[in-house]
Write a protein that binds this ligand. Structure first.
Ligand code: SF4
Length: 319
């Protein structure tokens, strides 16, 4: 799944943004339609093109900045769909642009299948949401955008909510989950991502610092609510930091160059093969204090799938 950045600028200013600080936001001249077309042509010819997940050939994550504010976003989307008619296109968007009803309709129409849109939500009202997005009206616009996506998506097009788990976000988590269950129970998936302290986020690292186990405890506290969603996932979590009953929600999605394994992971942990490992920013900024090798089997059923390693957490003990 190559991450395909379409546009470096963004129309919100999240406190946890992991985009590079230097040499990115002001490089719009490198993201014109012809530049993106050339990248797609190179990728199609098998040339190394993308920084992340270039080797994967079956789907794209369209990223940014904010991809939907590319001046020719719909034309770029049409090009990708024409050139790669069978690939999954996953659009990572803050959802504001879908407040324009016609834009939502045209996006769904052009994207066809397979297509997914992942939208981050931060809070349960304007105050809580915009304390993280730092953009007035963004709550109202994102919620309206989700309504339009529900209206115009085609059968099989999926809408996912992403919750970027930082210390600040954890304060609003319970209320946010209540809000999502009440207002958008139709979404296909809710994903909890452990923060990556990179790029813009590095300047706020003292406010964002949060261990994975603290974070997992906040999620675990909401276990009953999480079961009510159609699907829930957790990204970027080392297994040893997560209560066993949450293991079936863990998916491994980090690019190999972003992670490392500590000495204990390599020599003692019996779940090394199933685990995503330790994000380098977690080791750098938080010293990874809760990474502890697992030496006894947990009561889980393993899948053999490196991306989704645990099927259930109440089965017989297997490793
Ligand atoms: S000790 Fe290392 S390999 Fe084992 S679960 Fe923790 S991070 Fe993963």
């Amino acid at each position: 799944m190559p991450d395909f950045p379409l546009w470096p600028q963004c129309n919100i200013a999240c406190v946890f943004c992991s985009n590079p600080v230097d040499g990115f936001r002001h490089t719009t001249e490198r993201y014109g339609y012809e530049d993106l077309k050339k990248k797609l042509d190179d990728y199609k010819r098998g040339l190394r093109t993308f920084v992340k997940f270039d080797e994967v050939r079956d789907y794209f994550n369209l990223t940014g900045g904010e991809p939907t504010i590319h001046p020719e976003f719909l034309k770029v989307l049409a090009l990708i769909r024409t050139e790669f008619p069978r690939n999954l296109i996953r659009l990572l968007s803050n959802g504001r642009m879908f407040a324009y009803e016609d834009f939502a309709r045209r996006t769904c129409g052009i994207a066809q299948l397979p297509f997914e849109i992942a939208v981050p939500m931060f809070g349960y009202d304007a105050r809580t949401h915009e304390s993280i997005s730092r953009t007035p009206k963004s709550f109202e616009q994102t919620v309206l955008g989700l309504k339009h996506l529900k209206k115009y998506r085609k059968p099989g097009q999926l809408v996912e909510i992403r919750i970027i788990m930082t210390k600040i976000q954890a304060r609003y988590l319970d209320g946010l989950l209540d809000f999502l269950l009440a207002e958008v129970p139709w979404v296909d998936r809710v994903v909890f991502l452990f923060e990556e302290i990179e790029g813009f986020a590095e300047q706020y690292r003292d406010r964002l610092k949060f261990t994975q186990s603290e974070c997992a405890a906040h999620i675990d506290r909401n276990y009953e609510k999480i079961l009510k969603f159609k699907e829930a996932r957790m990204y970027h979590f080392a297994l040893c930091t997560v209560p066993t009953r949450l293991w079936p929600f863990v998916w491994n999605t980090l690019a190999g160059f972003k992670v490392t394994y500590l000495e204990g992971c390599r020599t003692k942990c019996i779940y090394r093969e199933q685990c995503v490992g330790v994000h380098r920013s977690y080791q750098k900024h938080m010293a990874a204090p809760d990474i502890v090798p697992i030496t006894f089997p947990r009561p889980v059923e393993l899948s053999g799938d490196p991306y989704h390693p645990v099927v259930s957490a109440d089965g017989p003990v297997k490793v």
